[in-house]
Design a protein around this ligand. Sequence first.
Ligand SMILES: [Zn+2]
Length: 60
Amino acid sequence: MPTPKKRTTRSKRDMRRSHDFAVPKTSVNCPNCSALKLPHNVCTSCGYYKGEEVVVAKST
Ligand SMILES: [Zn+2]
C-alpha cells in the first residue's frame, strides 16, 4: 500500500468531512388520516395524495 507523504491537517480533514453527515429525514402528517408520511409522496396508510385517493391502501 502506498503511504501518504504528509499528514492531512485538521482543517483539510474537516473540510472533507463537511459533506459526510446525514440529514434527518423529514416527514409530515397526512391531511387525510394524520399518519406520518413523506412530503410530496402518496400516503402509505390511506393512499391519498392532494385530497384524492390515488392508490388503494394496503391494509386497515
Ligand atoms: Zn393518509
